[in-house]
Every structure is written in structure tokens, then in C-alpha cells.
Design a binder for this molecule. Structure first.
Ligand code: COI
Length: 371
């Protein structure tokens, strides 16, 4: 049930806005914002844009948040033709709302679309879709430290057809979820489980795309990680079963005792994280050497044992920068599960979040104002 329909001219598409008549009252919203957790609560509105082969992108709408109606034969339900993104809206001290490097997310969504044979959404429409939603649900952007509004753009193939080919009909959506820390323990150090049995992605596969299928492949090994007291699973390459790729849902960095940062090179099966590339930039700005190269699990284990590797951390939009205390696997623990967070890890985390929350100058021009 909704009223108040208006038309807003976005760059190259006109958005039709229909306001929710069932928006949560302020007290209910404030109770959620006081303890948002991660990915549990959703705002009052969403965006949808349709695509067909004949018409291209059309019918852009800001509308009340609610269930999708899908034909049971919709191709996404059978062949997993789906991609997504993750970025955040941050409230600054003066009340304004900003997002971080949205062009990078738009471009990655386009790369993912190419790999999954979905239509590419132009960057201006991607950014406008986020702006529309955040402006409508601005009251849902929390202001407490370490909180934000997590934005989840995604695209599905929704043609009703069971033949296996790329769909000729698709839809793009954006939903938003107020967020605190991704891990239940906050920014406290976590342990990581090395999966020796399962892989996330292989050569020529979809590992560099942000598609649901990659995450589906991570769920069973992720459960094994939990069963072994670890917060995330770590995957190795599929050719030699030796080199670090990425965690279930984030990239990984190691810090050497001479201040060099190591992170797995973009092998074609690793997601190019926006947080990953921002950290590389910030570390280089400080004069740290950053090596994007093959890093073996053995090098990490030996480095932790010898003191050559002194810190490790996970990074991603959701996790920001989360310290890693130990790497565990069948029959071994490298590092100390109770070790405190690393100094460089926490200082990079502070610098990155200071930029995102507008507490220091945005010297790289990474912020875009949304409201
Ligand atoms: C993100 O960091 O935005 C992701 O997509 C990772 C997911 C585990 C929430």
C-alpha cells in the first residue's frame, strides 16, 4: 500500500518514486539503529530497475521495501545468474551522508555482469539508484561510532525460460540495511580456518565476479570454519592447492616485520575488493612496501612461527579491516588465538574509517555525497 507518487529525473533514467505508507515509526527505527547487528533489518524503501533485450534499462522505481514476485521458471532460480555489490553510507558529524568510491562498485558490477552474461548497468544509473534510496531512507543511516547503512545492489535474470542460455530479461535492485560490525565480537581479532578440502573458485571460473554462486560454494567450508572456532574460511588456489586466494567473503593481508604488506595477487579467481585497493593505496602513501604476489599458506605459517610475519588482517566493505590472530587448519594452529590486534592493522583501520566518516581530509577524492 503506497501513495505519493512522484517522478525524479536521474541522469539518464527517470525514477518513479512511490513512498511507503507502512514506514516504521521513529521509535521502532531508533530501537533497530541502537543495535543493528549486520544484515538483519531493512529500511522502508528499495529501488528496482527492469531490463529487457528489446528495451534495455527501463522502469526505474523507488518503492516500498517488499517481496519480489518471481515466476517459478525465472532463470536465476535454476541457473544462478545473479550478481551483487556491497557498499556503505556513512553519516558525518554534521549530519550529511556520504558513500565511499561508488564508481569502483559500479565498475565491478559491470565486470561481474560481463562474466555472468547479464546486462551492464551504467555507472551514473548505479550511483543515482543509491542516491535515491539513501535520500528516501536517510533517517535509517545510523550515527553511532562504527555504524553505517549497508547498501546491497544486486541483479538477477528473471526470464521465465528453462533453456540454458543467458537471460533476455533481468532486474536490478538496491536494498539497504543498517549495520554495526560484521563479526559478532566487533573488531576483536578472529581466527581463520584453512580449507584444504574445498575451493571457492578456479582458473577461468567466476572467482573475480561478485556473484552469489561463489558465496554458495563457500558455505559448507565456512560451516567447518565455525565448527573449528574460526570466523572465516580461507581458500587456496586450485592449481597447486598452495597459494592464498581469499576468505569466504573478504580479502586477506599479511604484515612482515619490516613493514611490508603482502596480499594475494589478483589471480583471476580473486575478488578485487574496494577496501583491498584502498588499503594498498593508504599503505603506499605511508611509505610501506606492498607486494601483490603469490603467498603460500606455508609462508604464512612459517612467518608466524619465525616472527617474520607479525600481523594479519581480513578486509572488505562489511568487515572493514578485521585483525586475524591465528590461522588454523587440520592439525595445526599458526599464531596465537588470543593475540591482540596488530598495531599497523588498527592504524590502517583508523585511517580508512576516519576518511569514510569525514574525520580527516579525503585526499584521494574517494567520498561522494548522497544527502
Ligand atoms: C562485503 O564486504 O560487502 C561483502 O559482500 C561480503 C559479505 C560477506 C557481506
Amino acid at each position: 500500500m503506497s501513495t505519493l507518487t512522484e517522478k525524479v529525473q536521474a541522469s539518464s533514467l527517470q525514477f518513479r518514486a512511490t513512498r511507503s505508507t507502512a514506514a516504521r515509526v521513529a521509535a521502532e527505527r531508533e530501537a533497530i539503529l541502537a543495535d543493528p547487528g549486520f544484515g538483519k533489518h531493512f529500511t522502508d524503501h528499495m529501488v528496482s530497475i527492469d531490463w529487457t533485450l528489446e528495451r534495455g534499462w527501463h522502469d526505474a522505481q523507488l518503492k516500498p521495501y517488499g517481496p519480489l514476485s518471481l515466476d517459478p521458471a525465472a532463470s536465476v532460480l535454476h541457473y544462478a545468474q545473479e550478481i551483487f555489490e556491497g557498499l556503505k553510507a556513512y553519516r558525518h558529524q554534521d549530519g550529511s551522508i556520504w558513500t565511499f568510491r561508488p564508481q569502483a562498485n559500479a565498475e565491478r558490477l559491470q565486470r561481474s555482469a560481463r562474466r555472468l552474461a547479464l546486462p551492464e548497468l551504467p555507472t551514473d544509473i548505479f550511483i543515482e539508484s543509491i542516491r535515491q534510496l539513501v535520500q528516501a531512507d536517510a533517517d535509517w543511516v545510523p550515527s553511532a561510532p562504527e555504524t553505517s547503512l549497508y547498501l546491497r545492489p544486486f541483479m538477477i535474470a528473471n526470464e521465465s525460460f528453462l533453456g540454458v542460455r543467458s537471460a533476455q530479461r533481468a532486474a536490478y535492485y538496491v536494498i539497504a540495511s543498517p549495520a554495526g560490525p560484521y563479526f559478532a565480537k566487533g573488531v576483536a581479532p578472529v581466527s581463520i580456518w584453512l580449507s584444504t578440502e574445498y575451493a571457492r573458485a578456479g582458473k577461468g571460473g567466476t572467482g573475480a565476479a561478485k556473484c552469489g554462486g561463489n558465496y554458495a560454494a563457500s558455505l559448507l567450508p565456512q560451516r567447518q570454519a565455525y565448527d573449528n572456532g574460526c570466523a572465516q574460511v580461507l581458500f587456496l588456489d586450485t592449481q597447486e592447492n598452495k597459494y592464498l586466494e581469499e576468505l569466504g567473503g573478504m580479502n586477506v593481508f599479511l604484515v612482515c616485520k619490516d613493514g611490508t604488506l603482502l596480499t594475494p595477487e589478483l589471480s583471476g579467481s580473486i575478488l578485487e575488493g574496494v577496501t583491498r585497493s584502498s588499503i594498498i593505496q593508504l599503505a603506499r602513501d605511508r611509505g610501506h612496501r606492498v607486494q601483490e604476489r603469490k603467498v603460500s599458506a606455508q609462508e604464512w605459517r612459517d612467518g608466524f612461527a619465525s616472527g617474520e610475519i607479525v600481523e594479519a588482517f581480513a578486509c572488505g566493505t562489511a568487515a572493514v579491516i578485521t585483525p586475524i590472530a591465528a590461522l588454523k587448519g587440520p592439525g595445526f594452529v599458526a599464531g596465537d588465538e588470543n593475540a591482540p590486534a596488530g598495531e599497523l592493522t588498527m592504524s590502517l583501520r583508523k585511517e580508512l574509517t576516519d576518511i569514510q566518516y569525514g574525520r580527516v581530509a579525503d585526499r584521494h577524492g574517494w567520498l561522494t555525497r548522497l544527502a
